[in-house]
Design a protein around this ligand. Structure first.
Ligand code: PMP
Ligand code: GLN
Length: 378
């Protein structure tokens, strides 16, 4: 047969986690916490199972959860989404992203993405016959040149995918960036997919610039989110998306046939847990402590860095150590030094290599201490 995705291999996250396991290395590659999720949240889910939440959830998601999500948008952004019409619970942000792209992108449509880009965007565009138009950003600041963006928008542009806080670089977009995007998309039919899975992980008192804060942008945007990131349980694969009703009703035409609905007890448990807003508002401080610990411990190493501005990832520049291609260096670190990280070139256009690796600091302090001891010896 003729592959529909001839250039797609196995995701780097699977490759590096498998290599870490094979070599008994500390795994700071794939992004997931190595400490337990909250007992209280687990208990809420168990209670949901014991109290009858074991059959299909409504197609758009458990309504109490959608109301809790709507409340969060009011509280944090003073922005309203109608829980019944404008919020849908999904199997992680990944399914939301795939479904949004499938619902709107037709053959030959263009989708602008900023590189380095999280790796689920491009294949979803390609399998739907669309064409990605990459805009390459560069280490260490990953700043957007808005004139370049303007020059890449055409009559074929169906969608622009943005991601702040940004995986893998750990940078965030400013209000000015969002205003530029709003200006460029005004009076167009472009849909914006704003991947905000790290919205609650922003450091040094910076503010997350959600697409819903910009009224014209909000009208054309899907926002995607992931409880896996917020509640330290990536294995549950529960997320959601929000969008104005006119967009969300198209989304649901596809969602109802590619998953219908997702794990009901976790939805009910998360909804009960979210009644206390401290459960998500405390995340910035929780991860800032980890970022600061990690950076303090490696400050004497030969790695160079700009502190992560958001996400639970820190990019380290290894150019003082070697000129190795980043994929080779990441594999060598795993094999010989027993620490695994993600090379950024796999997210770049044509494998551009800035000699940087991404380390996940959603780890116990003990793991971060052991990781930095290794990094200081390299
Ligand atoms: N987008 C980004 C930027 C991510 O980092 C991730 C998870 N690593 C996802 C989407 C997918 O989220 P989920 O695990 O909820 O599917
Ligand atoms: N989002 C996680 C990361 O960036 C990986 C998720 C996955 O393995 N698909 O590391």
């Amino acid at each position: 047969f003729n592959s529909k995705l001839p250039n797609v291999g196995t995701t780097i996250f699977t490759v590096m986690s498998a290599l870490a396991k094979e070599h008994h290395a500390l795994n700071l590659s794939q992004g997931f916490p190595n400490y337990p999720s909250s007992q209280k949240l687990n208990d809420f889910v168990t209670n949901a199972m014991n109290n009858g939440y074991n059959q299909y959830a409504p197609m758009a998601g458990n309504l109490e959860l959608r109301m809790a999500i709507a409340h969060k948008y009011e509280l944090l952004y003073n922005s309203s989404y109608h829980p019944e019409k404008e919020i849908t619970v999904t199997a992680g942000a990944t399914q939301a992203i795939y479904t949004i792209i499938s619902a709107f992108v037709r053959p030959n449509d263009e989708v602008i993405i900023f590189k380095p880009a999280y790796d689920c965007y491009e294949p979803a565009v390609e399998i739907n016959g669309g064409q990605t138009i990459p805009i390459q950003l560069s280490a260490p600041n990953y700043k957007v040149n808005w004139e370049e963006v303007a020059s890449k928008i055409s009559s074929q542009t169906k969608m622009i995918i943005i991601n702040s806080p940004h995986n893998p670089s750990g940078t965030i977009w400013s209000k000015e960036d969002m205003l530029q995007l709003q200006k460029l998309t005004n009076n167009t039919n472009i849909i914006v997919l704003s991947d905000e899975v790290y919205e609650h992980i922003v450091f040094d008192d910076a503010q997350h610039q959600s697409a819903c804060l910009f009224e014209d942008l909000k009208q054309r945007s899907f926002i995607t989110a992931s409880f896996g990131k917020t509640f330290h349980n990536t294995g549950w694969k529960i997320g959601y998306c929000c969008a104005p009703e006119i967009l969300m009703s198209e989304f649901r035409k596809v969602h109802q046939f590619n998953v219908f609905s997702v794990h009901h007890p976790s939805q009910k448990g998360i909804s009960d847990y979210m009644q206390d807003s401290k459960t998500y508002l405390g995340l910035n401080a929780f991860f800032q402590q980890k970022r600061d610990l990690f950076l303090n411990l490696i400050s004497e190493s030969r790695f160079k860095f700009q502190p992560s501005q958001g996400t639970y990832f820190q990019v380290l520049d290894y150019s003082k150590i070697t000129d190795d291609y980043d994929v080779d260096f990441a594999k060598r670190l795993t094999r010989d030094f027993k620490i695994a990280a993600i090379p950024l070139s796999v997210f770049n256009d044509n494998g551009k290599d800035d000699k940087v690796l991404r380390f996940c600091f959603a780890k116990t302090d003990d793991t971060l201490i052991r990781a930095s001891e290794i990094l200081c010896k390299i």
